[in-house]
Design a protein around this ligand. Structure first.
Ligand code: SF4
Length: 379
């Protein structure tokens, strides 16, 4: 019989969605079981493994103990750090996680890493029930999952997970185009993405889908926009979140780009794709969020269908600008001198953006190269 590895303390994975900044992070698996997407640098070079359920439950118990001590200390007006020390709690990661949960108002928990639903449904349900017992006031428990995995889970298990407290799943759809998905080795197809999304909604779990403008490169601009919108129109997720393609050093796609094997789009073409995508969304009631610094347009944020025209308008305004003004906006936005297209009408913010263009030596012809370098610091 295989021996269970020894418990070495509270574990923390590398990432969480920006919307989970105040959540308690509970790691139930390590890394990503797929790990082949060419645009994704996160777990490259790291092997996937399941954590023993008993270890996860131990993490939860330790954080719960820390939270109780911190809350008690605050009530008594004594130092939480001293109280933790007096109670011989030495696990600094668990302490940090407990402080994070208390600071966030004990509202949400995120299960790490890249595809938590890969574990046995019974194990996940046990973890969820343990979390609910430990933290009954927490209203939201969320996780990343792959479409490929969700599509294979029986509906009855998904409903049991929902009943046990899992109430939001984040899926990196990235694209609804089979050609793009194949190109970037996403390991799933449009039909599976649609099926998985519909199953999550049917189970009564909130669904957050991520779309990656630019992922198909110049050749697949239209397909990436239209096919992704079509897939989302068939799902009607609760949230559609934008994550513009970037070129992190550790992503295999970056090497393909440098070798001339990937025809990456610049800012203007990416804006065209985003416009076509938004225009193609139809008959759904999703919230669109531009909640990542990689996105050019902060204004693309609102509720469909009512806010659709408002979200489209700044992109149209940007595309109608002269190449010189497009450059000032892009460089200004990427250097945080400008936040919205309308800021170009403000002589002060515009002046700051122009200064940055000069400082970085950006011209209409070199703008995309300058932006690519700037975006390295955002990843
Ligand atoms: S499935 Fe997600 S975490 Fe895994 S390689 Fe692809 S994008 Fe990265």
């Amino acid at each position: 019989m295989k021996k269970t590895p020894e418990y070495t303390g509270f574990e923390l994975g590398p990432i969480r969605p920006p919307s989970e900044a105040e959540s308690l992070l509970i790691r139930i698996t390590r890394n990503c079981p797929w790990n082949r997407c060419t645009f994704c640098p996160v777990y490259k070079g790291s092997r996937f493994s399941l954590r023993p359920v008993e270890h996860v439950l131990k993490d939860i118990d330790t954080v719960k103990r820390c939270v109780d001590i911190i809350l008690e200390a605050k009530k008594d007006g004594v130092s939480p750090n001293e109280a933790l020390e007096a109670n011989h709690i030495e696990d600094l990661h668990a302490q940090h996680a407990a402080y994070q949960l208390v600071a966030g108002g004990m509202r949400s928990i995120f299960l790490q890493d890249g595809n938590s639903l890969i574990i046995k449904p019974g194990d996940l349900i046990r973890i969820l029930q343990h979390l609910k017992n430990a933290f009954p006031t927490v209203g939201r428990i969320t996780s990343y999952a792959r479409s490929h995995t969700i599509a294979r889970i029986d509906d009855s298990y998904l409903r049991e997970m929902a009943d046990a407290g899992l109430n939001r799943i984040h899926i990196g759809m990235e694209s609804g185009s089979d050609e793009v998905l194949k190109l970037v080795k996403k390991g799933t197809d449009k039909a599976t993405q649609i099926l998985a999304g519909q199953k999550i909604k049917k189970a009564g779990i909130q669904l957050s889908e991520y779309y990656m403008p630019g992922l198909g490169g110049k050749a697949l601009l239209e397909k990436n926009a239209i096919e992704t919108a079509d897939a989302l129109n068939r799902i009607n997720p609760d949230f559609i979140r934008l994550r513009t393609l970037a070129m992190p050093v550790a992503a295999p796609l970056t090497a393909q780009f440098r070798n001339g094997d990937f025809d990456k789009m610049g800012e203007v073409e990416t804006a065209r794709e985003l416009l076509l995508f938004l225009e193609s969304l139809d008959g759904i009631t999703s919230v669109i969020r531009s909640d990542h610094t990689l996105n050019l347009f902060r204004e693309v944020d609102g509720l469909l269908p009512d806010d659709k025209e408002r979200m489209i308008q700044p992109i149209e305004e940007f595309l109608a600008l002269s190449p010189e003004d497009q450059m000032i906006f892009c460089i200004g936005r990427r250097t945080h001198r400008i936040s919205r297209v309308s800021d170009l009408h403000n002589p002060v913010t515009r002046g700051y953006a122009e200064q940055m263009c000069q400082q970085l030596g950006a011209t209409v012809d070199t703008m995309d190269e300058v932006v690519d370098n700037l975006m390295q610091s955002f990843i």
